[in-house]
Design a protein around this ligand. Structure first.
Ligand code: ZN
Length: 864
């Protein structure tokens, strides 16, 4: 070991106790830390006081302390702070920047407004931001700071062929080298042929310099010259594949750096590459896919393979959460694939807390390399995400708890010059020791929570810290039953016992055999006048899952089956019922490639062609729940069922777009015949615009849970169906019916001379009928959408009518009394539980004329 003689003498002079032979202690040190011997001491330039703790473990330090101070009972000044600075925090943060990396530029003539996003100015702007913050040694404005408050500059150099070949083919190296002597046209052609990379004659040089800068930066950290570092380099690297330049990347800086560190330093074998660039680092993943020594974790927009780089080439789920590595590298690849744009602080911090950090702790890296693209930053046009500088600081802070703080940030993407410089500054401050700024949004959205959950389940196969563990069954194991099938067979049994419902045979090549168990019908299916067809997702099961595994705590788990309320209602009213369950997954090997939307559509057509159309039923009602909803609309679109389908109710979950349907002859048919209940937070309501009639009568539900949508709207939905059926039946009997499309006069004509009328649920109908026909001048206003039972409706109307009066208090009270009188008479009709009711015409006229006589004449002025 090369020890500064003066420093050693300084120790000898130290006025404490009896000083023992210090070289003995250092021999001991040398055996403890082989790295220090094999690679030369990185500490030579430092005072001895800094060397001791850096190379000694805590126990050997304590040992040395004991042996150095024999018997003397004096103050232990040798280990006092001024002589023994903290080994890591007393080091500075490194920074690599080389202006020559700007030479790589797009040779297409471009104006300021259409510059290529991978702009040479990117690195300059970050560098300048650090200068302005006063962290850069050679910058004039940094003079006021002490050396300890400044970053240590790390010189970039060109990476060697040998280093590049640790990750790339020699053909790739040669191809890049050749660009230095190409003509302008050749460079243009090559740029054109390559997947999102431009070239000029300086590209090869800059790529070597960028990669060499990254290597030197990491080396400075590993050697303890700096505690951590940021490399402001370009061109970026994480898209570069072993044999191909892609996505602005020529050489894979992060991957090559990792390999060089492993080769040079025995103490840097386990390396974490954390990639928070908004794009997936396809190159890095590929290079280490079968390598257990490098853990690659990436957070990126994925969008089912429709976001770069998957979009451009693979489209095979390479960036998806199921890609976990292969061979001995299996489990050392973690993808956190965002399904959409718009992720921000809450989502990134959530992913770090739930997946990134637990896995990183368990991996226990020797070195952390961050592929630090800043294109998920707020303001980046390509990334369309909202990560703030504060969140980048927090992520950096969390990573610094790993690998003894040995963290190296390498710039990747990031195209908004303001965003990248502010983000890089926030990370740098944290690297230097400042706490990260306060976060303002810490809540993850549903899509992110769902994504991270999938990642945790997938990674639970490889990491003990990932709970709950995922049980995967291939469906062939006779001891394992899908709960879905268990529940369906329970439901089928219940429906048989209660209503005699039996299985409806389904045999079709287009329809999966699993569906054979999923459809049941009442025995009167062929003969009943009314047939109700309900197709729905499996009922909700609320599982209380164990903390460690996915095993459910059965006594705390519940089956929520609101769909059965509808069956009970229909069957007890004598209607035929066909109930179909749509499995989210299919048992067995055919689950592969199962597309629930397509399967549901095929099934609906099959059921219509083979059963529904052939039944005697004059009136058919559709109910589509969850995954059943698109099937119902598809059926309307593909079969002419308008004459027999009298109405439908649909329940639409959050993640399902509304489906439009318009018929050439009757544009409003779907609207008038349907209620479409949506999840309360359904995106359709967020546009601020009214939902168009072609989507049916869209109604915002009370919950995002299908089960709650079904139960909360049960009364209104069944009343709607009941009213429609009554109207249809009345029409067949030749009775008068009235509906919203009629004018007040034609309603009056229709009703006059009838023994009774059927009143159909609709706000306008009631108002007009009461105003226009039965009692011509009463100014009732109805708001049926607020009320479920007719009784409540009339009560509401009566109360509103009285409140219309702006007269004195006495009159108001009198009106209220009158209203109550009207209400009391009406309520004796006992129609509270039926929405669609039949009034004896003269009976209601009696009631209302009684009341009208009691009301002052001026208050029954016409309102029409
Ligand atoms: Zn990117």
């Amino acid at each position: 070991m090369d020890i500064d003689v003066e420093d050693a003498q300084e120790y000898q002079k130290h006025p404490v106790g009896t000083v023992i032979d210090i070289s003995t202690a250092f021999k001991e040190t040398a055996t403890i830390n082989p790295d220090a011997v094999m690679f030369g001491s990185p500490y030579v330039e430092q005072p001895l006081s800094a060397v001791i703790p850096a190379v000694l473990s805590t126990t050997s330090l304590a040992h040395m302390k004991q042996s150095m101070l024999i018997e003397e009972d004096v103050e232990d000044e040798l280990l006092a702070p001024e002589h023994n600075p903290l080994p890591v925090s007393s080091l500075r943060t490194g920074m690599c920047y080389d202006v020559r990396m700007q030479y790589h530029d797009d040779i297409h003539d471009s104006t300021a407004s259409d510059r290529h996003p991978e702009d040479p100015l990117r690195i300059y702007r970050i560098y300048k931001e650090l200068c302005n913050a006063g962290f850069v040694e050679e910058y004039e404005g940094s003079k006021s700071r002490t050396k300890e408050e400044l970053m240590k500059r790390i010189r970039a150099r060109e990476a060697t062929r040998e280093e590049i070949l640790l990750c790339h083919s020699s053909e790739h190296w040669d191809r890049i080298q050749r660009t230095a002597t190409m003509s302008k046209q050749e460079l243009r052609d090559l740029t054109h042929e390559t997947d999102s990379v431009y070239f000029n004659r300086e590209s090869a040089f800059c790529a070597r310099l960028s990669c060499g800068g990254a290597i030197e930066t990491a080396a400075a950290v590993v050697e303890g010259k700096v505690k951590n570092a940021i490399a402001i380099v370009r061109p970026p690297g994480h898209h570069a594949e072993p044999d191909e330049a892609r996505g602005f990347s020529l050489f894979n800086n992060a991957a090559i750096t990792a390999r060089v560190m492993q080769k040079r330093y025995p103490g840097s074998q386990r390396i974490l590459i954390l990639d928070w660039d908004v794009h997936h680092g396809n190159g890095t993943q590929r290079i280490f896919y079968e390598d257990p020594s490098v853990l690659y974790i990436s957070l990126h927009r994925y969008e089912d393979g429709n976001f770069y780089p998957d979009l451009a080439k693979d489209k095979n789920g390479f960036a998806n959460h199921k890609s976990c590595g292969a061979g001995s590298g299996l489990g050392k690849n973690v993808n956190i694939p965002w399904p959409c744009a718009g992720m921000g602080d809450g989502e990134y911090i959530y992913a770090f807390q739930k997946a990134v950090m637990p896995i990183a702790y368990e991996f226990a890296p020797d070195l952390v390399i961050v592929s630090a693209g800043f294109d998920a930053a707020a303001g980046d046009q390509l990334g369309e995400c909202f990560v703030t500088p504060a969140a980048y600081g927090h992520m950096t802070h969390m990573l610094m708890s790993l690998a003894n703080g040995k963290v190296v940030l390498l710039l990747e993407g990031g195209y908004n010059l303001d965003s990248i410089s502010r983000s890089a500054l926030a990370c740098t401050k944290v690297l230097m020791g400042e706490p990260p700024d306060e976060l303002h949004s810490i809540y993850a959205n549903e899509a992110a929570v769902d994504t991270v959950h999938k990642v945790v389940q997938e990674q639970s196969k490889y990491w003990k810290c990932m709970n709950p563990t995922l049980l995967e069954s291939d469906g062939d194991d006779p001891t394992v039953a899908r709960l879905h099938d268990v529940i369906r067979s329970y439901q089928t049994k219940q429906l048989f016992e209660k209503w005699g419902m039996v299985k409806l045979p389904i045999y079709s090549n287009k329809v999966s055999p699993t569906y054979r168990e999923q459809a049941v019908c009442t025995p009167n299916m062929w003969t009943a006048e009314t047939l109700i067809f309900m197709i729905h997702s499996a009922p909700d099961v609320w599982l209380s899952a164990g903390a460690l595994s996915s095993a459910a705590e059965l006594h705390q788990s519940y089956l929520l089956d609101s769909g059965s309320m509808y069956i009970d209602w229909a069957v007890s009213n004598g209607h035929a019922f066909v109930d179909v369950n749509v499995p989210a997954m299919i048992s067995g090997p055919e689950n592969e490639g199962y597309n629930i939307r397509q399967a549901t559509k095929d099934l609906c057509l099959y059921l219509w062609d083979n059963y529904l159309e052939l039944a005697d039923a004059k009136d058919i009602i559709f109910i589509g729940v969850g995954e059943g909803y698109p099937g119902i609309v598809h059926l309307l679109q593909n079969r002419s069922c308008m004459s027999r389908v009298k109405g439908m109710i649909n329940f639409v979950p959050m993640n399902m777009p509304l489906k439009a349907w318009v018929h050439d002859l009757d544009k409003d048919w779907y609207y008038l015949k349907s209620i479409v209940y949506t999840a309360v937070d359904h995106p359709a309501w967020k546009t601020g615009k009214k939902i168009r009639r072609m989507y049916g009568r869209a109604t915002k539900g009370v919950s995002n849970e299908m089960n709650k949508l079904l139960s909360e709207n049960y009364a209104q939905a069944t009343a709607f169906i009941g009213a429609i059926l009554n109207k249809a039946a009345a029409a067949r009997r030749g009775q008068a019916t009235i509906d919203t499309s009629m004018s007040a006069e034609s309603m009056a004509d229709a009703v006059r001379g009838q023994d009774s009328i059927d009143i159909v649920q609709d706000p306008e109908t009631f108002a007009v009928v009461f105003r226009g026909t039965l009692i011509e001048h009463i100014s009732f206003r109805f708001d049926l959408t607020l009320a479920i039972h007719l009784g409540e409706v009339i009560q509401a109307a009566v109360c509103k009518s009285s409140s219309h009066d702006h007269g004195n208090a006495d009159e108001a009270e009198q009106n209220a009394t009158q209203s109550i009188a009207i209400w009391n008479r009406l309520s004796t009709l006992n129609f509270q539980n039926s929405f669609a009711i039949r009034f004896r015409t003269n009976q209601i006229i009696d009631i209302l004329t009684d009341s009208i006589r009691a009301v002052p004449a001026r208050r029954i002025a016409p309102q029409l």
